[in-house]
Structures are given as C-alpha cells and as structure tokens.
Design a protein around this ligand. Structure first.
Ligand SMILES: Nc1ncnc2c1ncn2[C@@H]1O[C@H](COP(=O)(O)OP(=O)(O)OP(=O)(O)O)[C@@H](O)[C@H]1O
Length: 308
C-alpha cells in the first residue's frame, strides 16, 4: 500500500505539488490525470523516492520512503518520462544489466527475462542497440525494465506515449491483466485509457487534487451523462422538447441537425422523451443516450480556479 500525506514539492518559490494526501492499495490500477505541468511526474518521482518532498511524506507498506528508500525501491518498478536507458547497449544487454542490478539470481533472471520479453513483445529488437530503436520500442524497453523484477508496485509515467494504436492496446491489456495483488499508478493524457485500464482516477491540476474516484463516477459528472440525442429525418417543431419534465437544457448542432437534451441532476429523461416523440409523431431517425464524456469533465474539473 502507498500512503501519501500532505505531500508538497516546491522548486524555488514555485509550488509544483501542493498538499496531496491519498492512499492506494493492492489491486488498484490508478489513472493519474492532469494537464501539462500539473505535477504528475513530480508526484511520481516522490512516490518512487527519486525526489525528496519539500513537505509531507510517502509511506510504502507503512514504512517511510525518506528513511527506507533503497529497501522500498526493491518492490517498485518505475518507468520515468522519456526513454531512459543506456543507448549503446542492446535491448537484451540492458534488460540483463537491470536484472543484475535488481539482484535476481541466475535462474530467476532467465525466467523473468523470458517472460517480460514475451509480455512486452521485444523479441525482434533484442539484438538492436537502444539508440537505433523507434520511439515506441524504446518506450517498451523502458516498460520491460520496470517489470523485470516482478515488483508489487508499478509507477508508470505515460507508458503508452509514442506507441502506435496496436501497441497502445497491447500495453493496456498487459497492465490490466497484471496480477490482482499489484498496485499500479499510470499517468496519461489519454482519457479513454482510464476507462479501458483503471479502476480509479485521480485528477490533479496546479499541483492539487481535483478528483479521486472511479472512472464511472467521473463520467457521471459530465453534463452529457444520461443526455439524450435525437436525429430528426426532416425539420419539425421541437420547441416542446424543452418543456418535458426533467429536461434542463437543449442544444441543437447546426451542422448535423442533432438535438441533445440534458437532464436535470439525477433525472432520467429517456422515458418522457420517448412518450413526447410518439405523442407528437416527431420524425426520429436515431436516438442515443450518452454515458458521459470524459474530455468534457476533464476540462470542467481542471479549469477551476487554482490557489497556486
Ligand atoms: N526540477 C525542476 N525545476 C523547476 N521546475 C520544475 C522541475 N521539475 C518540474 N518543474 C515544474 O513543475 C511543474 C510540474 O511538472 P511535472 O513534470 O510534474 O508536470 P506533469 O503533470 O508531469 O506535466 P506533463 O503532463 O507535461 O508531463 C511544471 O511547471 C514544471 O515546469
């Protein structure tokens, strides 16, 4: 378990991370979101003991990172930003080297290297020097080095950055299928990644926590949650739609002609809308109920006033 209490980091008089407190337990796959410069990487560096907090502290399994870093780091795999690796080593040499540093026995090393190389699909680049690899492969070598010692905790800073769509999907599946007793924190800018992989979302902006909950709870904050969109086959009088009980607002897309009806908080408007449509014989081609749009909530949450 990772427990963070009043964690802050300042660079000079600039506060990059501002009083974060949270707990993450085994089995959690946390999506760590925030705009550029929000403080995600800085937080991850403090979680891994790579950077010392200005105030507050990080505990891993009840022990303070500041006092036990080298011991606690044994059970942490960390993929930093970019592709930090020794450029003149081949992929295999590098992973072999990391396994030695991680103190794996010969037998463990053999088994783990085999497994990780297969999991991350690095077979075709094992003998290539890292500086000749594409951005996506460099990133995957970075992911492999984070996993090689089979740590309980994985902290991955934008693990799918630079990967093509197939590889993105592959890495997401890999993270999702990690054993259930692991604790994973991934930072990302890709909102669909959060619904695809994570069971918990934290959003930070200006160094401070703005949201901590499930992807579903995040989606429910969208004004599009349970909104109903209608596509009419030809122009008709739609003014009555706004009068329907529980409808808070109506929006007409001038390009597509689609009409979206937004519910008042907690109201279900599909039933009354269907009744209205039937009663007034509105020419409906298509009807769609939205689950909520993550990009819309993200903007809403991260554009609130900051105190930094
Ligand atoms: N060593 C440093 N010295 C000074 N400022 C720093 C340092 N490291 C980070 N910062 C600043 O702290 C803020 C947070 O940076 P951080 O890299 O944690 O953001 P991020 O959320 O990871 O951003 P991105 O999504 O762009 O990767 C930024 O304004 C950054 O410029």
């Amino acid at each position: 378990m990772i427990s963070v209490k009043n964690l802050s980091k300042s660079f000079g008089d600039f506060t990059a991370v501002n009083d974060l407190s949270f707990e993450v337990k085994a089995g959690d796959i946390v999506g760590f979101l925030g705009p550029n410069g929000a403080g995600k990487s800085t937080t991850m560096k403090m979680l891994t003991g790579f950077l010392t907090p200005t105030t507050g502290h990080v505990r891993v399994n009840g022990r303070r990172m500041s006092k036990n870093a080298s011991q606690l780091q044994r059970d942490i795999g960390y993929l930093p930003e970019g592709a930090p690796a020794y450029a003149d080593m081949t992929t295999f040499q590098f992973l072999n080297f990391v396994s030695d540093i991680r103190g794996l026995s010969k037998q463990e090393k053999h088994a783990r290297l085999k497994e990780v190389i297969e999991q991350v699909e690095l077979q075709e680049v094992l003998d290539k020097t890292i500086d000749t690899l594409s951005k996506g492969f460099k990133r995957r070598v970075g992911l492999a080095q984070a996993m090689v010692h089979n740590p309980q905790i994985l902290i991955l800073d934008e693990p799918t950055d630079g990967l093509d769509p197939n590889q993105k999907q592959h890495v997401r599946k890999l993270i999702k299928n990690l054993s259930k007793d692991k604790l994973v924190i991934i930072s990302t800018h890709i909102l669909e990644e959060v619904s695809a992989v994570c069971n918990r979302v934290m959003i930070i902006a200006d160094g401070a926590m703005r949201f901590d909950g499930t992807p579903m709870q995040l989606q429910q904050q969208s004004k599009y949650h349970q909104a109903v969109t209608l596509k009419l086959s030809y122009a008709a009088d739609i003014t009555g739609l706004l009068e329907i009980d529980g409808v808070a607002d109506m929006q007409v897309d001038k390009q597509t002609g689609e009409v979206t009806l937004f519910p008042e908080p907690g109201k279900h408007i599909l039933g009354p809308i269907t009744e209205h449509v039937q009663h007034f014989r509105l020419p409906i081609d298509r009807l769609h109920v939205d689950d909520g749009r993550l990009d819309d909530v993200f903007v809403q949450i991260t554009s609130q006033e900051s105190t930094r």
